[in-house]
Unconditional design. Structure first.
Length: 154
């Protein structure tokens, strides 16, 4: 399978089969949290971004992709979310962000979720409690520690 918009001169191959990809798309639609784990960042990042691209139209409010490249606390997470298209909350507005997200039907993609600190993970746990339309798709070395969720190991 090929990733659309791959590197110039050719597309990259997805690190999964068509059958696995179909199961992952279903898991995101039906579950609240899915984590794609692997030792190397590139394969898991390619896969979650492809899933987000393919499934975005299933959510009224689309998807928000946040690439986490270093230690990320709550304020940094909300600031990264606030920079995404259609995200109207201010950089420091964690309460406003949670309130806004509580009314959304959307997929939140966290690329390299192992960089989240305990406060950011607590906020995501709370968000899952009062934002029934939010789904989380994460990519990391380990499962996202926000409660029960499915894990797909590459």
């Amino acid at each position: 399978m090929r990733e659309p918009g791959g590197a110039p001169g050719g597309a990259r191959t997805l690190p999964t089969t068509s059958t696995e990809l179909s199961r992952l798309l279903t898991a995101v639609r039906r579950g609240r949290v899915l984590t794609v784990t692997a030792g190397f960042r590139a394969p898991r990042s390619v896969l979650v971004r492809e899933i987000a691209h393919r499934i975005s139209s299933n959510f009224c409010d689309g998807t928000a992709v946040v690439a986490l490249e270093h230690h990320t606390g709550l304020r940094e997470l909300v600031a990264a979310l606030g920079r995404g298209p259609g995200m109207p909350f201010p950089v420091c507005g964690t309460a406003r962000a949670a309130s806004w997200l509580a009314e959304r039907d959307m997929l939140l993609v966290l690329d390299d979720s192992g960089h989240l600190d305990a406060e950011a993970l607590d906020w995501l746990r709370a968000l899952l409690t009062f934002a029934p339309g939010v789904r989380i798709l994460a990519a990391g070395r380990h499962p996202l520690a926000v409660g029960q969720g499915r894990v797909h190991r590459l």
